[in-house]
Design a protein around this ligand. Structure first.
Ligand SMILES: Cc1cc2nc3c(=O)[nH]c(=O)nc-3n(C[C@H](O)[C@H](O)[C@H](O)COP(=O)(O)OP(=O)(O)OC[C@H]3O[C@@H](n4cnc5c(N)ncnc54)[C@H](O)[C@@H]3O)c2cc1C
Length: 317
């Protein structure tokens, strides 16, 4: 049985892992986070919750459409009716939060969380990866789905030389940062139906009412995404101060007296702004290593799915 280690348990890594597992590969997924999902994230706040990463996803490709239909049939995904917000095509969300999708994908896979990969070493038959907990894992093949800047650092620290074309792939990829504010309210927000606000100007790009979205069932919550410019300017500063600055601009919809608590999450690698055009790259390394994720191809949830699927298909042959 051929073995494969996948670094990153986001949409790309989990999709690749499922496909390989379905073809009887011996797959292990490693992630530095406490749970699976990467930027498809839902946080529990008090007794309620808020999506603080990806807010929804769209479906354009046949493979993804087929998979999303399966997820809909088992109740993991549902359509988010945003017609009143003038969205031209359907948007989908995880039932109970976006993290429902990666959690479903993860079922039955061997996944080790809390394992940050810090080194990759060549072996006679493939490679060995070492993590910051002191564990190491041997494998025939390796798939990297972590954001390109982090992958670049990992490969440099591992003294793995890349060909010029592979280095060019890395230098193509850039991400926008995003500060996400999750707010717990003691009463419903004043955001009109269907529960989203998006702005062309100012410091805020997106606001979603998680109660109207159907995922904050215990107590209302709202998610605010700052613009890339505001996020960049405030990324290393006091996050609470930055969160308060954003809330002060939304008092028409979220009055100060309705706020019970808020938390701010710093996404250093939010939307992949400049991407490598193909869904993955096969590295010219002594062992078989593929790089993918949302920096490759379409650059969103669907793009991460496609990248993972196509990497797995490449290995399966
Ligand atoms: C704020 C925000 C809003 C977004 N909104 C949308 C949206 O509305 N619609 C949409 O389609 N997309 C959206 N996206 C993008 C979408 O979430 C991503 O494109 C997609 O989920 C990325 O999946 P991925 O598997 O490529 O990467 P990720 O989800 O980033 O997964 C990579 C994983 O690698 C792990 N990792 C990193 N380094 C290491 C290491 N050294 N060792 C082990 N593990 C490591 C991380 O913990 C992470 O879990 C948004 C993203 C963000 C952050």
């Amino acid at each position: 049985m051929t073995s494969c280690i996948i670094i990153g348990a986001g949409m790309a890594g989990l999709t690749a892992a499922r496909e390989l597992m379905n073809h009887q590969w011996n797959v292990t997924v490693l992630d530095k986070g406490r749970g699976v999902g990467g930027s498809m994230a839902t946080r529990r706040l008090l007794s309620t919750r808020a999506d603080h990463g990806a807010q929804y996803f769209s479906v354009r490709t046949p493979d993804f459409r087929e998979y999303v239909q399966q997820l809909q049939a088992v109740g993991v995904v549902k359509e988010w009716n945003l017609q009143e917000a003038n969205f031209d095509h359907p948007r989908y969300i995880g039932s109970g939060g976006m993290s429902a999708v990666p959690k479903y994908l993860a079922d039955g896979l061997t996944i080790k969380t809390g394992e940050r990969v810090v080194l990759i070493e060549r072996t006679d038959t493939g490679c060995r990866v070492r993590t910051d907990t002191g564990h190491h894992f041997e494998t025939d093949k390796l798939i990297l789905t972590i954001p390109a800047p982090q992958a670049y650092t990992l490969l440099r620290d591992s003294n793995i030389e890349l060909a010029a074309a592979e280095l060019a792939a890395f230098s193509t990829i850039t991400y926008q940062p995003c500060l996400a504010v999750m707010v717990v309210l003691n009463r419903p927000s004043r955001i009109p139906t269907p529960g989203v606000l998006s702005f062309e100007k100012g410091d805020i790009s997106w606001v979603a009412d998680n109660e109207q979205k159907g995922i904050a069932t215990e107590q209302p919550t709202v998610t605010i995404h700052a613009t890339p410019a505001f996020s960049r300017d405030n990324l290393e500063g006091d996050l609470n101060e930055a969160g308060q600055k954003l809330l002060d601009q939304l008092t028409d919809w979220i009055p100060a007296e309705s706020i019970e608590q808020f938390q701010v999450h710093r996404w250093r690698y939010s939307l992949a702004e400049k991407r490598y055009p193909q869904a993955y790259v096969v590295c010219n390394t002594p062992f078989e290593m593929l790089m993918g994720g949302d920096g490759f191809g379409m650059g969103n949830v669907e793009g991460a799915f496609q990248s993972g699927l196509q990497m797995a298909r490449h290995l399966i042959g």
